[in-house]
Ligand binder design. Structure first.
Ligand code: URA
Ligand code: CA
Length: 434
């Protein structure tokens, strides 16, 4: 096969064969195809797009470039959830124990990564003793015992995606639907999921700012799932303001505890129930989404959801008492209030900015080497649609290092838009793609 021919074929808008896609991905993975040819190919895909079949082939080729996690020792249908990323998204911490209460296996491989706050593992490590380092055998055992476990990703999954993603980042080819869809789906499938529930975010705190683009991405991923035999459902949800009220690590654990106890923010609770109900149907335990949701609501009301979180934490050597007494989680030296200067209604909260503020306080990593401060973050007291009076506290900064406090204070105030007229918040659940 000839690399130039394949680039030209895609450039001119033709459909590539499975063998041609395999050739490009394996060649790039081994280093036989250089960056400059792969860049040209990625730009050709960016411009011409890919058919559903090509996108599925690309996904499978990237999976084949690395290891796959073998979760066959775990009983039942393993449903994984993936969010395309937002700000202060505590959903996984709520969803994992919630869904496990219904007896479906939640086997989550998670990373640390970069971002406004830590990844799921960093958040869980706010709990004293919590450990995510283990072998797949122990991990499988834990899931069989407790229906839930989270472990750090050690296997070399989809190295081709890693390399291609880094290349796309510097060649203006990130925002291509087939490239994003195959990138995300390859990682989930390689991590051992039998079925996948996607939370595709839209709004200014999200990767896909426009709802129409988010829907197209959702459709592309669901389509990949169909082609490769992993049933996939996507929920398109709002990220035009931060989800929930806590942005950080320990404070997001606390928010998850509140939500599992039925006292969480409305938006986080609703999204968790919607995603959870779909996960239950994907697991084939339920055929009816409404009945599945009802089961989850009952688990929150009767305390079994919170009990499951404790069991999960104990299973991974974490201190259960901190779940019962969240005030024992890492606390900052100072809590500093941010007060609004004018009266009116909150009409917008620039999610991305709030995320950056949390990171400046130390809740996230800018580079891989950065250390996370589990105790710091931001708690929002006002959300879109709320009335505010001059002098009201709109947010609290959880602070240890005071270096960026005045900057964060200023940026948080700027992140809020206040107007004289009331607006209704954007609809949380935009659509479900199946
Ligand atoms: N997230 C991914 O994992 N891959 C992309 O290409 C974009 C977002
Ligand atoms: Ca949150």
């Amino acid at each position: 096969m000839n690399t130039v021919e394949i680039i030209r074929k895609k450039r001119d808008g033709h459909v590539l064969t499975t063998a041609e896609i395999d050739y490009m991905i394996s060649g790039y993975s081994t280093g036989e195809i250089p960056d400059y040819q792969m860049s040209a190919w990625a730009m050709a895909v960016f411009n011409q797009g890919m058919t559903a079949k090509e996108t599925a082939d690309l996904t499978m080729a990237m999976i084949a470039s690395g290891e796959q996690v073998d979760l066959s020792q775990i009983q039942g249908i393993k449903v994984d959830k993936h969010s395309t990323g937002g700000v202060g998204d505590t959903t996984t911490l709520v969803l994992a124990p919630l869904v496990a209460t219904a007896g479906i296996p939640v086997a989550k491989l998670s990373g640390r990564g970069l971002g406004h706050t830590g990844g799921t593992i960093d958040k869980l490590e706010s709990i004293t003793g919590f450990s995510t380092e283990m072998e797949i055998a122990r991990f499988s055992e834990l899931v069989n015992e407790n229906q839930i476990a989270v472990m750090g990703q050690t296997a070399n999954l989809t190295p081709a995606d890693k390399k291609l993603y880094a290349l796309r980042d510097v060649t203006a080819t990130v925002d291509s639907i087939p490239l994003i869809a195959s990138s995300i789906m390859s990682k989930k499938i390689a991590a051992g999921a039998d079925a996948i529930c996607l939370d595709v975010k839209t709004g200014d705190g999200a990767f896909m700012k426009e709802e129409a683009d988010a829907i197209r991405l959702a459709e592309a991923m669901v389509e990949i799932g169909k082609h490769v035999g992993r049933t996939t459902i996507a929920v398109v949800s709002d990220m035009s303001q931060p989800l929930g009220k806590a942005i950080g690590n320990a404070i997001e654990i606390e928010e998850a505890i509140d939500t599992l106890a039925g006292k969480g923010p409305e938006d986080l609770t609703e999204l968790s129930l919607v995603l959870g109900a779909h996960m239950l149907t994907l697991s084939q335990k339920y055929t009816d989404v409404a009945k599945a949701r009802e089961a989850l609501e009952i688990a929150i009301q009767n305390g079994s959801a919170l009990e499951k979180l404790k069991q999960f934490v104990a299973g991974q050597n974490g201190d259960q008492d901190q779940i019962e007494h969240p005030e024992q989680l890492p606390q900052p030296q100072q809590k500093i209030e941010v007060k609004i200067e004018k009266s009116g209604y909150v009409t917008g909260i620039f999610a991305e900015e709030v995320g950056v503020c949390a990171m400046l306080l130390g809740a996230g990593r800018r580079t891989k080497e950065d250390e996370i401060d589990h105790a710091v973050g931001i708690r929002l007291h006002k959300k879109v649609g709320d009335e505010v009076k001059a002098g009201d506290v709109i947010a609290t900064m959880y602070v240890n290092d005071t270096q960026y406090v005045s900057e964060v204070q200023e940026r948080l105030l700027q992140a809020y838009t206040i107007a004289d007229v009331h607006v209704t918040p954007a609809k949380l659940i935009r659509c479900i793609v199946t």
